[in-house]
Every structure is written in structure tokens, then in C-alpha cells.
Design a protein around this ligand. Structure first.
Ligand SMILES: *Cc1c(COP(=O)(O)O)cnc(C)c1O
Length: 407
């Protein structure tokens, strides 16, 4: 009798919850899987609510610390893992995730600037960042000043006033591709006690180590290379400084900049292949850029790794690789309509914004309209090409057939 009473191996333990109604039992099922599940990918944790064992633990928990969990907005195992890996990628100590690259830019601005301050933006800055400064920060009494991206440290120093609190850098500009003198500009900012933030989306943690050049804040649009899939939006802000990170975290909490667990898992997956994809797209882009440079319809190819491209010497000094992104300026004899028709005639290159994804993209830009006050030496139309993971020879053939049709 006694042996029959011993529970069978496959028998579920009896529990008082079996007396409860089905709807309650479905919410409070007692089964817990064994700990120690080993898989290559970490689990994807979806949570707004985080459950505390007791009130004292809840009260004692510090939402800013990665030692525990408080609420979905402040982090889950999934978001903590991505933040830690991105901090390594960027060469920083702390990272915070944002729902898009643009919201990461806004997080930096809203943390580091207050009424009466001035922020310096490069003339080739990511357009929506300038829009944010003009339409939003301006209305709150925060001024912005545009500097020429290719300016010298001395030229930048002349723009600095006691109100200047933040210098944004972008390396290179993501349409006109100028590589600034990062070392020189950062040195000037540091001499004046001004914080520096870099939009390092192009370098993606691979081509450039901005913290080693002395920047305070590294912002990434993970939407591009870190994701690699063209299927999500996310941004990050990385720092090496504990106090700066804490300030960013407070703004992040106050603005409620949460990210979705499934998107975080997609970026984690993308990170495995990031160096391989970056290298492949870099190699393809350079091959295609060199081919384009030889075409008689082309006035100039703007790619920081090509001699003659603006800031090429800065690229050589500071970078170890280049993104698969470059722009082509066509000869001035072609009209804007002809340049648009060239883009329409492309078959493998799709028409769309963004870059760092699997499919190559082309976008014509009207640079004169984008930069009314800037130095821009070209008359011809500009097309930005983002090189995907197709074979570069097929992409060259596509460009050739579109040029033959249109020019
Ligand atoms: C795409 C991009 C952003 C913005 O990222 P989103 O995730 O689209 O908001 C910011 N800076 C640069 C250089 C970008 O290319």
C-alpha cells in the first residue's frame, strides 16, 4: 500500500489551486519549468508588470539598477542583454534603448539642454534632428546653430558662446557623406567644457570608436546595421560616464521611451552577424562606387573611403572600415527629372529610405533645398545608394542598364 501512495514520476503534484475556478487557475498555474535552459538565444521576456515576492522587496528596489526588475519600461532580461552587448559594441559602459533612432536623438537633446542653451548641429545633420531643433527645441527657448560639417576646429571655436552646451557630430553626413575632423572638433568642445554627442549610425560600432576620440555620448539608429533586417525601428544612447547615464535614464523614464521585446530579440539576432554583414556591404559598396566613378555620366562619387571625397583624410585617420552607403552626383547636364527616371529604371535597387538592410536602396535628394546656406559645390542631381546583400556584379549590371536607358 505504501509503495502505491508514492507519487508516480509523471504525476503532477496536487495543489490547493485545483479547487479554484478555471479562470483563476489559468492565471495562476503552479507549473514552473526547470531552471537552467541552455539555448543560443536568450529568452524573449514580454512584460509591463514585474512581480515582486513581497512589499518590502518592491519598496527596496531601485528602478535605475540592473541588479533587479521593477517595471517593463525600466528593463527586462531581454532589454538588459541588448543594452550590455551594445555597450560593448560601442566601447562604452552604459546603454539605454529607445523606440527609434530619432527618439534617441531627442533623448540626448532633452537631457542635456535647457531653456537658454544653444546646441551646435552640422549642416549635413540627419534632417529630422534639425527639424526637432527648429520646431521643438526652439519653441522651448533652446537655440540651435548650424556649423559647416567640413569646418576647421578654429571655425567651430568662433561659433561657441557661453550658452553653447552641446555639440552634435555626424560622421559622415548620411546623404552628402562628408567626414568631419572629429578629433579637432571634439578637442575644441572639450576646451570649452561643451558636451559632445555623435550620431554614429554609419559606423555602427564597427568603423569608428568615438569614445576613444573623446566624445561623451554615442547615439545609434539600430534600425540600420544592428538590426540588419529593414523590419524594425530602434535607437540607443551609450555613455562611459555614470552620472551622464543616470541623467539620460531619468529623462528616458520621464518620457516613457519603451521598446518592444520582439524587436529587441530581432536586434540581438542581428548583432551575431553584424561584423560579417558590415564587411560584406563595405566591400560591395567600394567596388560599386569605384565602378560608378568611371562612368561618364557621373560627376563625383561621395564615399569617405574614396580619395577626393570630402573628408577622405579624416576617414583614413580615424576609421577602419566604411558602411555600404554612398552618394552619386550626376553630371549637371542631366535634369532632375532624368535623375528621377534613372532611379525609377533600377530593378534590383528599390526606392526607399533607410540602409543597412538586405535589399539595396536608392533615393534621389535635392541637396540645394536641404542645405540652403551650406557650401555645396555641385549642380547635378544626387542619388544615395545603400548597398544590400545582393551580389555586387548584379547591382553594377542594374546600374548600367538604368543609366543606358535614361542618359
Ligand atoms: C535612420 C537614421 C536616424 C534615425 O533612425 P530612426 O530609427 O529611423 O528614427 C538617425 N540618424 C541617422 C544618421 C540615420 O540614418
Amino acid at each position: 500500500m505504501s509503495s502505491q501512495q508514492e507519487p508516480q514520476l509523471d504525476q503532477k503534484p496536487q495543489s490547493p489551486s485545483e479547487m479554484q475556478h478555471l479562470s483563476t487557475r489559468l492565471q495562476h498555474h503552479p507549473y514552473q519549468p526547470p531552471a537552467g535552459f541552455g539555448a543560443v538565444e536568450p529568452g524573449v521576456h514580454h512584460a509591463s508588470t514585474v512581480i515582486f515576492p513581497d512589499v518590502a522587496t518592491m519598496r527596496a528596489r531601485d528602478w535605475r539598477s540592473k541588479a533587479g526588475y521593477t517595471y517593463g519600461l525600466h528593463g527586462t532580461p531581454t532589454t538588459f542583454i541588448l543594452e550590455e552587448r551594445l555597450a560593448v559594441l560601442d566601447g562604452g559602459r552604459h546603454c539605454v534603448l529607445c523606440p527609434s533612432g530619432l527618439s534617441a536623438i531627442a533623448l540626448v537633446d532633452l537631457t542635456l539642454l535647457k531653456q537658454g542653451d544653444t546646441v551646435l548641429l552640422p549642416g549635413n545633420v540627419y534632417g529630422p534632428s534639425r527639424e526637432l531643433a527648429e520646431r521643438f527645441l526652439g519653441a522651448w527657448g533652446i537655440q540651435h546653430q548650424i556649423y559647416e560639417a567640413t569646418c576647421t576646429p578654429e571655425e567651430l571655436a568662433k561659433l561657441i558662446t557661453p550658452q553653447t552646451k552641446l555639440l552634435w557630430l555626424e560622421a559622415p553626413g548620411s546623404v552628402t557623406m562628408e567626414m568631419p575632423d572629429l578629433r579637432g572638433l571634439i578637442a575644441v568642445a572639450r576646451q570649452h567644457g561643451i558636451l559632445t554627442a555623435i550620431d554614429a549610425t554609419w559606423a555602427a560600432g564597427i568603423a569608428l570608436q568615438p569614445f576613444d576620440l573623446g566624445v561623451d555620448v554615442v547615439m545609434q539608429a539600430l534600425t540600420k546595421y544592428q538590426s540588419g533586417g529593414a523590419d524594425l525601428l530602434m535607437g540607443s544612447v551609450t555613455t562611459r560616464d555614470d552620472a551622464l547615464h543616470e541623467r539620460l535614464l531619468l529623462t528616458h523614464m520621464r518620457l516613457g521611451l519603451g521598446v518592444g521585446a520582439d524587436d529587441v530579440a530581432r536586434v540581438l539576432r542581428g548583432l551575431h552577424t553584424l561584423p560579417l554583414r558590415y564587411a560584406a556591404q563595405d566591400a560591395s559598396a567600394r567596388r560599386i562606387a569605384l565602378w560608378m566613378q568611371d562612368q561618364p555620366q557621373v560627376a563625383q562619387v561621395l564615399h569617405p573611403a574614396l580619395p577626393g571625397s570630402p573628408g577622405h583624410a579624416h576617414w583614413q585617420r580615424d576609421c577602419t572600415a566604411a558602411a555600404g552607403l554612398f552618394s552619386v552626383v550626376f553630371d549637371a547636364r542631366y535634369t532632375a527629372a532624368q535623375v528621377d527616371a534613372f532611379v525609377d529604371a533600377l530593378q534590383l535597387f528599390k526606392i526607399g529610405y533607410s540602409w543597412g538592410g538586405p535589399v539595396s536602396l536608392a533615393v534621389p535628394y535635392d541637396v540645394q533645398a536641404m542645405r540652403p546656406a551650406g557650401r555645396w559645390p555641385h549642380q547635378g542631381g544626387l542619388v544615395r545608394l545603400a548597398i544590400g546583400l545582393e551580389d555586387p556584379q548584379d547591382l553594377i549590371d542594374d546600374l548600367r542598364q538604368a543609366m543606358q536607358q535614361m542618359f
